[in-house]
Design a protein around this ligand. Structure first.
Ligand SMILES: Cc1ncc(COP(=O)(O)O)c(C=O)c1O
Length: 415
């Protein structure tokens, strides 16, 4: 039955009460039972992001240049801070978008149009070469723009296979993709080697640092080994990094950055086709929430380098404990060599999806990877307080699976 617009408006209280009641059916993400979708640092960071967002709840960032200099200023400053963090040269430029997907799609579009200009061919149909672990947003962008995506399988160590990548490059390749890290196994691709290939083959390299971009630099600052992944690698043309993930800023907020102004300018949509004059925007969306920009600006100001380092220290200590706990459960092993806080584990002994099924019955929403089969968790500090409870439940579930003999799971991996 289709829901109808109520004949008469309802009271504020009745509406909010109904929403709160509806929420009871949702997964318990506030207590770390959801292994993706949500990122938390601590309550104070959450509160400043929320305050910043609601300070600009009504302003429309589409009008930032003409109507809201304050929004423009915050956007410019957020981009400046991002360019600085990622080692971008003086000529670099960037934009804020509504998320990783928009940052990736706009980078693909800028790359396509830049490449067409270089080739002097407005119709050229290019291809994008990526590892199988690259986010599906690259296929989404390619679908929108009628481009081809070629995905190379990873090696036995689950790392990007550079030889397989290079074998897919041909004269029509316009973009190489590296992830920092990839969502699949939480590993940072060999960006320096990829950058060398990009330079040698004269192809645009996009680094998708959507999920790790605002964590990796601080993890490095606290003394952990993080391979070069940003504009410090000479072959990198563009980079996406999401503030609304490990930047711990409110949604929606992401950044997309270009090494040169010449490349960045291809992101703009600039039209005078209609009666109202020039329509110039760097984003796919028109109207966009200024709250996302203000919330991000406020969070960055609140935390500063010191605050992000503190979170990186706490988070990585928790991830170490998590990895040790999983490693201590007989039959389980970590998949690949995760660099940050995305960790997947599997088993050579039994079907690990059966463990996920038992965990789901206990209220742990399963995050799964299907090649090889693994239980996948993207962890922030919301998961830390329930570490022991989680490990106890995994240990018990593994015990059940090992005792019950061979059987296959019915559960399927879905993002
Ligand atoms: C590596 C990577 N790239 C891109 C995205 C897409 O980001 P969004 O969901 O904000 O569009 C994600 C989302 O998790 C991601 O992990």
């Amino acid at each position: 039955m289709r829901t109808k617009l109520p004949e008469r408006g309802r009271s504020h209280t009745a509406i909010i009460d109904e929403m709160r009641a509806m929420k009871h059916g949702d997964a318990d993400w506030q207590h770390g039972r959801v292994p993706l979708f949500y990122f938390k640092a601590d309550d104070a960071v959450y509160e400043i992001g929320k305050a910043g967002f609601f300070e600009y709840f009504s302003e429309n960032a589409l009008g930032a240049t003409r109507a809201y200099p304050s929004v423009k200023r915050m956007e410019t400053e957020v981009i400046d801070m991002a360019l600085d963090l990622f080692g971008a040269p003086a000529d670099a430029q960037g934009f804020m978008t509504t998320g990783g997907t928009e940052s990736i799609v706009t980078a693909i579009q800028a790359c396509r149009d830049w490449s067409r200009k270089q080739r002097g061919s407005a119709q050229h149909r290019g291809n994008i070469v990526a590892s199988e672990t690259a986010h599906p947003a690259f296929n989404k962008g390619a679908k929108l723009m009628d481009l081809e995506v070629r995905r190379a399988p990873v090696g036995p160590d689950l790392r990007m296979d550079l030889a397989a990548i290079e074998a897919l490059i041909d004269d029509d390749t316009i973009m190489l993709v590296g992830s920092a890290p990839n969502f699949s196994y939480g590993m940072i691709d060999p960006i320096a080697a990829l950058g060398a290939i990009a330079e040698r083959r004269a192809v645009w390299l996009h680094v998708d640092a959507c999920v790790g971009g605002y964590l990796a630099p601080f993890v490095r600052m606290i003394g952990r080994a993080i391979p070069d992944f940003d504009f410090r690698v000479p072959g990198v043309s563009s980079l996406s990094a999401d503030l609304h993930k490990f930047g711990f800023c409110p949604k929606p907020s992401s950044t997309v950055l270009y090494r040169t102004a010449d490349k960045a300018r291809f992101q703009f949509f600039d039209e005078t086709v209609w009666p109202n004059g020039r329509f110039l925007t760097p984003t796919i969306v028109g109207t966009r929430p200024a709250g996302g920009i203000a919330g991000a600006w406020a969070t960055l100001q609140f935390l500063g380098v010191e605050g992000y380092q503190r979170i990186a220290r706490e988070l990585m200590a928790f991830v170490d404990a998590y990895r040790a706990g999983i490693g201590a459960i007989p039959g389980l092993k970590i998949l690949g060599a995760p660099d940050l806080s995305i960790v997947a584990y599997g088993s050579d002994e039994f079907d690990v999806f059966r463990v996920a099924e038992i965990m789901a019955e206990k209220g742990w929403l399963p995050g799964l990877v299907q090649r090889p089969k693994g239980i996948h968790r993207m962890m922030s500090l919301v998961h830390a307080p329930v570490l022991q409870e989680y490990l106890d439940d995994v240990r018990a579930a593994v015990g059940v699976v090992r005792q019950s003999g061979p059987a296959t799971s019915g559960i399927r991996a879905t993002y």
